[in-house]
Write a protein that binds this ligand. Structure first.
Ligand SMILES: [Zn+2]
Length: 257
């Protein structure tokens, strides 16, 4: 390895997540251009030696850069989050075409029709919908999404209205792979719990049934489905056994600088 070289993690459609060495990538006339920027969509030429874990990157041809999104603060945070979650969640060299398509779909969704407006400001609702959709499907595609209609503790149904006509409330807590009813959340050992609102459960149900581009475009603000994102981030963090660096940046209390 030389100083001008870079180690690059990249997601391929046919071979999953790979790591490779991009020689001279830091030089001004790098053969990679903007293709190694975060989440650039490229056609990558590389070769593998069976004896080495790292592939050798030869060159890449840019299909789509995310450069036009970077000027928008929340879009930029979303890109960091997509990159970190993909890097942490995906096992090396395992084909995952659905995950690849998920990334393309949410990146595309971040751009309003006709491209990002001058000045780079993207409708914040798009960003929050994209981040929530990506989180939900990333967890689902990894096989970690629990049943969202039943209490993990007692099995009671969480959607049905109770005797008073109100839907059974649902809660989650770090370290539990599912939801709890209002009774089970008080059992010893559960610890802190947060409510997953009925609205957020409805949003999750819609997201599991529709492509991101066809979601209903009711007004979204940062607080919309924030509980659902917290739940999904906790699920991801449990499985990758570390905290996500980008997750705190997406939390409710943070406002754009
Ligand atoms: Zn219960």
């Amino acid at each position: 390895m030389k100083e001008a070289d870079l180690i690059v993690s990249f997601l391929t459609r046919d071979q999953g997540k790979l790591r490779g060495v991009a020689k001279r990538a830091r030089r001004p006339k790098s053969p990679f251009g903007a293709g190694l920027e975060r989440l650039s969509h490229v056609r990558m030429a590389y070769f593998q030696l069976e004896t080495r874990e790292l592939v050798n990157l030869d060159s890449c041809e840019l299909i789509r850069s995310q450069f036009d999104l970077v000027a928008d603060y929340w879009s930029s945070v979303a890109l960091d989050y997509f990159a970190e979650v993909s890097e942490q969640m995906l096992p090396a060299a395992e084909t995952n075409d659905k995950f690849f398509r998920l990334l393309l779909a949410v990146l595309e969704y971040l751009r309003p029709a006709g491209g990002a407006p001058a000045g780079g400001a993207v409708d914040a609702g798009r960003v929050w919908r994209a981040v929530t959709y990506f989180s939900l499907w990333a967890v689902r595609l990894s096989g970690w999404l629990p049943e969202l209609h039943a209490c993990l503790g007692c099995g009671s149904v969480l959607d049905d209205p109770g005797a008073d006509g109100v839907a059974e409330r649902a809660y989650f807590s770090r370290g539990r792979a599912g939801l709890l009813c209002s009774h089970c959340r008080r059992l010893p050992g559960v610890g802190n719990s947060w409510e997953l609102s009925a609205d957020s459960r409805r949003i999750a149900a819609e997201m599991l049934q529709k492509p991101v581009s066809q979601l209903s475009t009711t007004a979204w603000v940062q607080a919309t489905a924030a509980d659902l994102r917290r739940f999904l981030v906790q699920q991801i963090e449990e499985h990758v056994e570390r905290r996500l660096l980008t997750a705190p940046m997406l939390q409710e209390s943070v406002t754009a600088p």
